[in-house]
Ligand binder design. Structure first.
Ligand code: GUN
Ligand code: ZN
Length: 429
């Protein structure tokens, strides 16, 4: 049996802070007891220490200078775009043609896909992200490479082959038939293997025919537990294009709805410019939205109406959206999230932000029974955050009063230097 015993301050959410003031659990002196990769017990050190044998007591790791938190959950990211992060000067549709499609065409080569997968998984773990929902490319080789790398780290990863059969260069296109068969093969090969799960991944409505979207719907209907991952209503030119391509659809979301793509394991990235009936339909079907603030500002897509979506009861998680987004780091993503909501007159609380990056993300991915908090029996994916990671942080956090203040300072000033240790199923990366 493998075991870890870690003593130190700990913070996690038991529910949604905006809805329940008691949803945040802060313990200034906690013991996290991990057995075989799962949370065996967590609570006040003094109340648990009596249960430890002398041998176990000698193994307790003193982490009193850190803050223990659950691993971050990234609900939308593209691994092939790692090499084109920070591409200058365009908005979505031109950005796709100028930068994205040329880069993605290279992932038919398994050696290239394997090399980028390694860089990508290292970046996720170095930044404290232990679970991610990931776009690959149209090439099945890109999916095999990513899952193979994630498997080496025992990471909880959901990914899928992009389906796209029109409006892009030939070297990144498939057909309705090949996308169906290749996705099916990949589901059979990877879905449910260890901690890996598959997402049926039509890129977005403009690059799929009705026939291909129907094939995506068939894949979902035929494979219980598989996810749906796509983009929705990100950019105003994109929305106009969808209207022209699908004149019979009631709205953008309806294109996906008609194909049977909505549900509790469906994640729609961005969802910025939605009408009320789209919001209602997302809530009704228990579909989730991935909010990607660094991307929405970097490629000029718009300001996410978080409060409005929350009022509709829509599940929301955070996404970095690399390479439209500009950071792998969830703290930096939360910093931009806060600033964007300020522009909308919404003073997002530090605990609600923290929830979105942990338990809220887990709920958005329908995995809150497994990850997102330190509840007993959950998988022990967790981080040690260092409030003294930089000179400025050391100075600023020495003036913090309480966990809420500390959390907000870490979110606002922190980056990968704050992530002192990332643990996957109790194992340090
Ligand atoms: N919409 C369709 N494809 C993409 C993509 O690769 N990135 C983003 N941000 N939006 C998209
Ligand atoms: Zn994206």
């Amino acid at each position: 049996m493998s075991e870890r015993l870690i003593r130190g301050p700990l913070l996690h959410c038991l529910g949604e802070p905006d809805k329940d003031e008691a949803a945040v659990d802060y313990q200034p002196d906690a013991l996290l007891w991990v057995q075989n990769g799962l949370v065996h017990k967590m609570g006040n050190y003094e109340s648990i220490v009596k249960e430890l044998s002398p041998t176990q007591l000698s193994k307790v790791e003193d982490c009193s200078q850190y803050l223990m938190v659950p691993g971050f959950v990234d609900c939308h990211i593209h691994y092939p775009q790692t090499e084109m992060i920070a591409a200058y000067g365009t908005q979505l549709l031109e950005w796709l043609n100028s930068y994205t499609f040329p880069v993605e065409s290279g992932f038919k080569d398994p050696a290239k896909a394997a090399a980028v997968s390694k860089v990508f998984i290292d970046q996720l773990l170095n930044n404290g992200t232990t679970t991610a929902l990931v776009f690959c490319t149209v090439h099945p080789e890109s999916v095999d490479a990513l899952f193979t790398e994630a498997q080496k780290h025992n990471m909880r990863l959901i990914a899928g082959k992009v389906m796209m059969d029109r409006n892009a260069p030939d070297n990144v296109l498939d057909t309705a038939q090949t996308s169906y068969h290749q996705s099916k093969q990949l589901i059979d090969r990877w879905h449910g293997v260890g901690r890996l799960q598959y997402a049926v991944t039509p890129r977005f409505a403009p690059t799929s025919t009705d026939e291909q979207l129907a094939a995506a719907g068939r894949l979902l209907a035929e494979h219980e537990g598989v996810y749906l991952h796509t983009h929705l209503s990100e950019n105003v030119d994109e929305i106009e294009w969808v209207k022209a391509l699908f004149p019979k659809a009631k709205n953008y979301l309806d294109v996906y709805d008609q194909a049977g793509l909505l549900g509790k394991r469906s994640v729609f990235a961005h969802s910025i410019h939605l009408c009320d009936s789209e919001c209602e339909r997302l809530a009704e079907t228990d579909s989730a939205v991935a909010h990607c603030p660094t991307s929405n500002m970097f490629i000029g897509s718009g300001l996410f109406p978080m409060q409005r979506l929350q009022d509709h009861g829509i599940k929301i998680g955070m996404g970095t959206d690399i390479g439209g987004g500009t950071s792998f780091n969830m703290l930096q993503t939360l910093a931009d999230c806060y600033k964007m909501q300020q522009l909308k007159g919404n003073n997002l609380s530090p605990e609600q932000s923290f929830y979105l990056a942990t338990l809220g993300g887990a709920k958005a991915l329908d995995m809150d029974d497994k990850i997102g908090s330190f509840a007993g029996g959950k998988e022990a994916d967790f981080l040690l955050l260092d409030p003294n990671a930089t000179d400025l942080l050391k100075f600023r956090t020495s003036h913090c009063e309480g966990w809420r203040d500390l959390l907000f300072v870490l979110q606002t000033l922190g980056d990968d230097r704050v992530i002192a240790q990332t643990n996957v199923m109790g194992v340090a990366h």
